[in-house]
Design a protein around this ligand. Structure first.
Ligand SMILES: Nc1ncnc2c1ncn2[C@@H]1O[C@H](COP(=O)(O)OP(=O)(O)O)[C@@H](O)[C@H]1O
Ligand SMILES: [Mg+2]
Length: 296
């Protein structure tokens, strides 16, 4: 795979301009559900647009801006809901993002839900219910633990509280390497979501069009990248690829390297896809590249 220098640097690709977004058919349903404050869980493979869809849908809602955070295995209940801390010699309670969203009656957005610990999920379960929540660490106006109902607005204003989440695995966890660190979401927890919406990668034509629009590759290169992406996704589903799949993110990185770093298609593939893959997947990936492009 040879490296050729581009004659002049092209302008950097614009992130998320409107023409570069392919709206999945489920998008309208998600928008309507969030506007009616139904808890929504988006499930789908990495880099298929879950986070972007939620951001776009939530941006259309009025009221306080959403509190969004990425969950992970080291995130504690205190970090999520709040904890006492020493400030100027005094112990004060600092609310975490989940409690702040409830206090603000703003949407709470939880990315990578299936990476959270069981303790965190247990606390979130109550939050998903349309009931009031008791916060033991904070005193309410009556001196007793604060009781708040985030689903009911204050001062005559409607509450905008709702929980929206994304996950890769719909609670199956992952035995292989693809979604390492994800956990099983139990049925009782999943039940608290009014809607579970499955998303998948854009169809090939749409994906190619967004590579052209976002990264500035030509149509032939875009088509080749999408062919490799399709083969790799199928290989991952068949467990021929063990720890790799092919997100739109990765396709964009490849296309961007091709268009903006002066690399030919093969060198850009090596730099953005092949070199990051674990050893056990590199041979298969290289073979898929050859099959899809006829090049080595
Ligand atoms: N349907 C799509 N249309 C346009 N861009 C997309 C689409 N899906 C994913 N992308 C792009 O791929 C990247 C990853 O998307 P993201 O929403 O973070 O995926 P996820 O949350 O599913 O992992 C972003 O740059 C995003 O703009
Ligand atoms: Mg995401």
């Amino acid at each position: 795979m040879s490296v050729a220098l581009a004659p002049a640097p092209a302008p950097a690709p614009a992130e998320a301009a409107d023409a570069t977004w392919w709206e999945p058919p489920q998008g309208e349903l998600v928008r309507r559900a969030l506007a009616r404050r139904l808890n929504v869980l988006l499930v789908g493979p990495t880099g298929c647009g879950k986070t972007t869809l939620l951001e776009r849908a939530l941006a259309e809602l009025d009221g306080a801006p959403p509190a969004a955070l990425n969950l992970h295995g080291d995130l504690s209940v205190d970090e999520l809901f709040g904890a006492r801390e020493l400030r100027g010699g005094e112990t004060v309670f600092r609310p975490g993002p989940a409690l702040q969203a409830m206090l603000d009656r703003a949407p709470l957005v939880l990315h990578e839900l299936d990476a959270a610990t069981p303790e965190v999920l247990f606390c979130l379960q109550r939050v998903l219910e349309r009931k009031d929540v008791v916060v033991p660490a904070v005193a309410g106006p009556d001196g007793r633990p604060l009781r708040l109902d985030p689903w009911r607005g204050r001062d005559g204003a409607a509450s905008r509280f709702v929980v929206a989440a994304t996950a890769n695995t719909l609670g199956r966890g992952d035995g292989g390497g693809l979604y390492r660190g994800t956990r099983v979401l139990n049925e009782a927890f999943l039940d608290r979501f009014d809607l579970v919406v499955r998303l998948d990668y854009p169809p090939p034509r749409a994906e190619a069009a967004l590579l052209v629009a976002r990264a500035g590759v030509d149509a032939d290169d875009a088509a080749a990248i999408v062919r490799v992406a399709g083969l790799a996704r199928r290989a991952a589903a068949a467990e021929r690829l063990l720890a790799t799949t092919f997100s739109v993110r990765k396709a964009l990185a490849w296309a961007t390297a091709r268009a903006h770093l002066g690399l030919d298609l093969g060198a850009a593939f090596v730099a953005t896809c092949l070199d990051r893959a674990p050893d056990e997947d590199r041979v298969v990936l290289a073979e898929l590249y050859q099959r899809a492009t006829g090049r080595r």
